[in-house]
Ligand binder design. Sequence first.
Ligand code: SF4
Length: 413
Amino acid sequence: MSIDQATGADRQAAPTTPTAGTELAASGARLLRGERTWWFLGPGGVARLADRHVTPDGGLRPEAEQRLRASGMFTAATVRSYALTVLTSTHCNLGCGYCFQNTAQDLAGGSRPPRIARTRLTSETITSILGFTERRMAAVGLERLRILLFGGEPLLNPRGCLELLERAADIAPTSAWMISNATLLTPSLARRLHDRGLTSVQVTFDGDRDDHDRIRVGRADGSGTFDKIVRNIVKASEVTPLRWTLRVNVSQETFHGVDALVDRLGAALDPTRCTLYFARIGDVGVGYANSLLHTGELSSAFTRWQRRALELGFTVNRPGGRKTCVTCGHTDGRYGAVVSADGTLASCWETAGKPDWEVGTVADGYLPGAGTGDRWIACQDLYSYDEDARTLARFRDTVDTALLDHLHETGRL
Ligand code: SF4
């Protein structure tokens, strides 16, 4: 939207001093200079601004801020569903070297890095999870449930996935999504999961086929998985209206194949049912190094991939302001929970199932905050980069500005 469309400007007192970039950042907002316009990205949306709305040093003028506030751009959307993440299996049939559930690299150089302890969701634990969830939802006044089926590989326990969704519908209107490697997704399983509320699946590609088949390999025999994953998505799409979020991992090992990958996916899949996004993978302390730096070359590549994806008909999500994750953004599990397959609670996806990171159990609830304060972290907190925060922020801002400019120029925004 353009700021000129903002309404209700008289509902709040006008700020009297310009808002500097640091203050904007503290409120979860960013102000980016595009080719022909300024972009305001706030927790409540994106607005296009003119030079007259911005101070010479890149801050927001008081009148502009007032109008943005009045139109809700500084206010995050109301949480409407309780976000429940459940690991139905902590084991995985693949052996990705960067997996945050590995405890080290495979010292033999094979495809079997050591992992967190193996557990599997049972009917009894589902009973405890749903009892806990009902209590938490009542406490915060939420009436809808959004479940993330997570692992390990969630489909190593298909019965657990199906039973969880089926029984969750008895406590609240439920919808679900899943993060899966998709190697075990059959059409019949996709249909049964969809019938029980599954709406979308996130699947990862580690670069183009050859790179992917070297990195994302079967744990048992090191075999490639690219063709199987694509085939399974195609077949599941024939029997369900599932949507797909395709995550492309970017590292020094995959970088040069990403252009070809985008075209390959565009030819093999129905882009109108897929969202494509690119993510530079980082090291979570398991010794998986990514030497790709956040340089101008990398930001140009991200922009090129995003534009090609849009051209092929994929969805590329519009950048926004910083949003508080409903699952790990609150240090008391207020709007959601992450539950491992044995019923232990973690603060975020990346600590789930890891020893010494438990913040409670579904049977007994959360442990007192005093003893677990340092375990309440968010997903990104574990990643370490060789570059400073300013370099990372500059990279993100450059990529996001180019995307917003392009969406605007092509009439998509
Ligand atoms: S498929 Fe996912 S859970 Fe399995 S090893 Fe790879 S990153 Fe880890």
